[in-house]
Write a protein that binds this ligand. Structure first.
Ligand code: AFP
Length: 299
């Protein structure tokens, strides 16, 4: 079995292997603490959302690990007012704990990371790597450094826990099996509602759990489309471009798919702030293009 450091030594530059390894190792720590840090932290994040203790813990652990590599110049996080700065040249974004509302139900949670060669905020054209962690029945680490998407699972090794390769060069299946669209159905804009109706008629299954990482991950495995669409009362959607959507856009493209805001490639969007949101449509290219056409017809 190939472990993470063996895989990195053959295929990833030191500049990226170090911060990616830092995240993977920190994920063990976050996963271990999940049962003990489920309560509220008693404060709000920059978006006015109530933080849980594990949001704060995960944020501290990942930021400290990334900055400790001396390769990261800044870490911008959904849980921080301002990025934390370091001494390197790589720029990192993170959603340290995605899906906080799933904590109390023990449904999947995740962490999302993006790495850029340019200062933040910047477009996805400057992205050089992305990764996500799933805390589910298995602790997994999935990444792309621009040469395919690879997934590792945590196992007990001879020297303690380690990540071993379980999927190399993940590709979206040609046949689309599942879809998951967020937001209240009554708030979906008409083209989205029409499109979802057509997905149901062609036999695709609804899979939605309320964690972007978990829901996107199912699309990556079974093929299909994930969306947090433009809503009537929220035309730029809910998900944060830099912290959530752009890293998954990088990954879905590396897996042979597409990510769009309904009109443009997500990785071409030029954010003017770290907090910007965007409608997010990710998955099999043919489906994302079909939805784009539906949206443009009604514009
Ligand atoms: P929380 O971290 O507040 O649970 O939000 C999770 C999330 O940002 C993303 O992971 C989900 O895709 C989306 O929100 C779910 O939102 P809805 O509850 O509106 O479906």
């Amino acid at each position: 079995m190939t472990n993470l450091s063996e895989f990195f030594s053959e295929s990833v530059s030191d500049q990226l292997a170090k911060p990616l390894t830092a995240i993977a190792e920190a994920a063990f720590n976050v996963s271990k603490h999940l049962p003990f840090a489920m309560g509220k932290a008693g404060r709000l994040n920059p978006f006015g959302e109530e933080q849980t203790k594990i949001d704060v813990f995960a944020n501290d652990v990942f930021a400290t690990s990334l900055l400790g590599t001396s390769i990261v110049a800044e870490v911008a996080s959904e849980e921080l007012e301002r990025p934390k700065t370091g001494t390197g040249s790589l720029h990192a974004t993170m959603d340290p704990l995605d899906g906080s509302s799933n904590i109390s139900t023990n449904n999947p949670l995740g962490s999302i990371f993006g790495f850029y060669s340019s200062p933040l905020p910047c477009s996805g054209k400057g992205m050089v790597a992305a990764a996500f962690v799933t805390y589910g029945p298995m602790l997994t680490f999935t990444f792309s450094a621009g040469d395919g998407v690879h997934r590792f699972a945590a196992v007990e090794g001879v020297n303690g826990k380690e990540f071993v390769l379980i999927d190399e060069r993940i590709r979206l299946p040609d046949e689309a099996g599942v879809y998951g669209f967020g937001g209240l159905r009554r708030e979906w804009i008409d083209p989205v509602e029409t499109f979802v109706g057509s997905l149901e008629r062609r036999g695709m299954k609804l899979r939605y759990g309320g964690t972007f990482v978990g829901d996107f991950n199912q699309v990556l495995r079974y093929g299909g489309i994930f969306a947090y669409p433009a809503l009537k009362n929220r035309p730029r959607g809910k998900l944060r471009l830099l912290y959530e959507v752009a890293p998954m856009a990088f990954i879905v493209k590396q897996a042979g798919g597409l990510a769009s805001d309904g009109a443009m490639d997500i990785l071409s969007l030029e954010p003017s702030s770290l907090a910007e949101t965007c409608p997010a449509y990710l998955g099999n290219t043919s489906l994302v293009r079909e939805l784009e056409r539906e949206l443009s017809r009604r514009r």
